[in-house]
Design a protein around this ligand. Structure first.
Ligand code: NAD
Length: 336
């Protein structure tokens, strides 16, 4: 397989693919020389030139180029496209022309692919499709939580407020650096995006952007159809599900700074937090009304989903849980 677009998401997907026992990373692409191109080379990932880039631009700087997109496409059967928002749509034509399967990211419209994908949510429906779109970081977090709550107690209606990070840590041209920016699209696009995975889910979302780079936080109010026996039953349902990490009060991980410190201490790959993060103390049940916070590490939550999407395309796992178990073991994520 190949990664086309080696930025925040692409470089993490490349590392994750390289760790999978049933996948081979044949190459990554860069459009211009950069520290990331150099680091990919240091890791031994063959470097191909995409977009407007020219091999000579790299070679004069001592970066070895394995070829162009055309050369790369001749060697692979699937591409993970992690190029910037809306560029994937243009790239799709290249993949089609080369007869390749592809996985796109959440910055593309749903129509870019045959289906939108979430491993816990709709793996079975996506098996055998040629083109899948892994939904965005926020949508992935909501879809994973829906995959826990809806089968257990039914969702009558879900209201979520998304407190979104202003930029990724490496982005120095985005903001805000002071202030809170309301998203005047009411409700926000995230609710309809969750319905690309769960078509019947009643969910409405609103969003604000705040000056932090660490994580997003979702403030959820879910009216369930059936009252759970107690909040411990809901916490346990989340704990028993892969790709959730719950922090107990005694751990003193009171917010996103401590959660990301844990991720750095754990030291997986990029010091990432690929799980939905919940706090035991941040969940409350009042009859059928469930309130909970969850934190989402925007840079990495979709990475294991990209791996599972590849397995769904090639029908290499019978169901989502089997693929998740393989992916997470290779990544070093703790099983539930
Ligand atoms: P990024 O800007 O960090 O990386 C994109 C990379 O693609 C860059 O290295 C860029 O040079 C390269 N590129 C530009 N044009 C290209 C082309 N024509 N062909 C190949 N490569 C090209 O972006 P990102 O944050 O990794 O986002 C990639 C996708 O993932 C987007 O759809 C985005 O919405 C989605 N996504 C991002 C996040 C996040 O928080 N960063 C989270 C989830 C999903």
């Amino acid at each position: 397989m190949a990664v086309n677009g080696y930025g925040t998401i692409g470089k993490r997907v490349a590392d994750a693919v390289a760790l999978q026992p049933d996948m081979e990373l044949v190459g990554i692409t860069k459009t211009r020389p950069s520290f990331e191109a150099r680091h990919a080379q240091e890791k031994g990932y063959p470097l191909y030139v995409a977009g407007e880039g020219k091999p000579a631009d790299f070679e004069t700087l001592g970066l070895k180029v394995a070829g162009t997109l055309k050369d790369l496409f001749a060697k692979v059967d699937v591409v993970v496209d992690a190029s910037p928002d809306k560029v994937g749509k243009e790239n799709r034509r290249l993949y089609e022309a080369a007869g390749l399967r592809a996985v796109f990211q959440g910055g593309e419209k749903p129509e870019v692919a045959d289906a939108s994908f979430n491993a816990l949510g709709n793996f079975a429906a996506c098996r055998g499709k040629r083109m899948l779109r892994v939904v965005s970081c926020n949508t992935t977090g909501l879809a994973r939580a829906a995959a826990v709550l809806d089968p257990n107690w039914g969702v009558d209606h879900w209201d979520a407020t998304l407190i979104r990070r202003g930029a990724d840590p490496a982005e120095s041209k985005k903001g805000p650096i002071n202030g809170i920016l309301p998203n005047f699209q009411l409700p926000s696009h995230h609710g309809p995006d969750v319905r690309t995975i769960f078509p019947d889910l009643s969910i409405s979302t609103t969003a604000v952007v705040v000056p932090t780079t660490l994580m997003h936080v979702h403030v959820n109010h879910v009216r369930l159809k059936r009252a759970p026996p107690g909040s411990e039953a809901v916490l346990e349902a989340f704990r028993r599900t892969p790709r959730f990490r719950l922090f107990a009060a005694w751990e003193h991980a009171d917010g996103t700074p401590q959660v990301m410190e844990y991720a750095r201490d754990r030291g997986l790959g990029f010091s990432d937090m690929m799980e939905n993060v919940l706090w035991d103390a941040g969940l409350r049940l009042d009859g059928r009304d469930l309130y909970f916070f969850q934190a989402i590490h925007q840079e990495s939550i979709v990475v294991p989903e990209n791996i599972d999407a590849i397995r769904a395309i090639f029908e290499r796992a019978p169901d989502g849980r089997s693929s998740i178990a393989m992916t997470d073991q290779a990544l070093g994520l703790r099983p539930p």
